[in-house]
Design a protein around this ligand. Structure first.
Ligand code: ADP
Ligand code: MG
Length: 343
């Protein structure tokens, strides 16, 4: 048999996960949700479900230690996992931390990493309860698993969006991506001429958004206070386009979003223009904002209207209407997923 072998980059991340996991067989009735959401859901009893999520960060792929201080990296590694727990409308309670580390690192460097991990545990009120430590041939790998809890009736899956629901995002978008552009520009300049000092002036906000992202645990608490249970929710780790497509696919719906409604900080727009980039493209295809995208019935509009943390960017439609961005002139642009960046 001469079946053609496929290269990983022919598939892309999501098709690869689908291919590898299609034979997965769920054996336990309390496995309520397995693969396919921000976290798996495991039923405990009528009042409580456990949610579990895991994420891995690789040196040279997800972070560059030339500009990422280890303390920030430790914080970020926890925050991105807590963010996936928040995306289920749940509360993170415990994490495990596994590291693979090469001999180029000192004990003090690893202590710095853990300072950041501990700081994030304080900020998000989670306990570090275990992990694994091993050697790596090159560079640093951090894999964190986060465990959280939620009342079963409050879980927000990707799959619950309904026609006419409002699409809401928290905070502002695109800043982390622009922060990365500034850092990469300065890195390139430094590599060409190590005597040139990095010029990061005026970019504090976007740099902080890249180097020290915050998981929106405050939003989960706020939704509880407002008595709003999202019909669906996801965290924005890969760019708005990809996350909207996840919700629409999982919920079998379409949507319209409006580019003039997208929350973009003035500092993000200014940096984008400096780099000859369209701010809206940065929002759609940039990543690492770690804000939340959720849907909610229009009847709840009064509860979120005017809330400075939440912006309505569009609405859910019937699946047959497709997934579109409407621009200022009223033209519709199809929203497409970006290819996998990591191969
Ligand atoms: P997120 O962006 O929220 O971290 P991912 O896109 O990484 O989610 O993953 C999507 C889903 O696929 C999740 O349910 C995740 O647990 C699952 N998944 C990812 N990689 C694997 C793998 N190698 N084996 C099994 N499940 C996986
Ligand atoms: Mg996620």
């Amino acid at each position: 048999m001469s079946e053609k072998l496929r290269q990983l980059n022919e598939l892309g991340e999501f098709a690869l996960i689908e291919t590898l996991t299609k034979k997965t067989n769920i054996k336990h009735p309390n496995t309520v949700k397995g693969i396919g959401d921000d976290a798996a859901v495991i039923a405990q009893n009528d009042h409580i479900s456990t949610v579990v999520s895991t994420d891995m960060l690789i040196e040279g792929v997800h972070f560059n230690l030339m500009y990422m201080p280890l303390k920030h990296l430790g914080f970020k590694a926890v925050a991105v996992n807590v963010s996936d727990i928040c995306a289920m409308n749940a509360e993170a309670k415990q994490i495990t931390v596994s590291i693979a580390v090469s001999s180029k690192f000192t004990v003090e460097a690893m202590e710095e990493l853990y300072e950041g991990i501990h700081a994030a545990c304080e900020q998000y009120n989670v306990d570090l309860v275990g992990g694994d430590t091993t050697s790596s041939l090159s560079g640093l790998v951090i894999s964190i698993t986060a465990i959280g809890e939620v009342q079963p009736n409050k879980i927000a899956y990707r799959s619950g969006a309904k026609e006419f629901d409002l699409l809401v995002v928290t905070g502002d978008l695109g800043a982390a991506y622009m922060g990365l552009q500034v850092l990469e520009r300065e890195r390139t300049i430094f590599l060409e001429n190590p005597n040139v000092q990095p010029d990061l002036d005026g970019h504090d906000y976007i740099l902080e958004r890249q180097l020290k992202p915050d998981a929106r645990k405050d939003i989960v608490d706020m939704l509880e206070q407002l008595d709003v249970i999202p019909t669906s929710m996801i965290d924005i780790s890969d760019g708005l386009a990809s996350e909207i497509l996840h919700i629409c696919k999982a919920s079998n719906v379409g949507c319209r979003i409006y580019d003039e409604k997208l929350p973009i900080d003035a500092k993000t727009s200014m940096a984008a223009i400096d780099f000859n980039l369209d701010p809206v493209t940065c929002v759609l295809n940039g990543g690492e904002d770690y804000e939340l995208l959720f849907t909610r019935n229009q009847n709840d509009f009064d509860k979120i209207k005017g809330n400075p943390n939440m912006t309505v960017i569009g609405h859910i439609t019937h699946e047959s209407e497709g997934v579109y961005l409407v621009d200022k002139s009223g033209s519709m642009v199809g929203i497409k997923a970006q290819g996998w960046k990591h191969f």
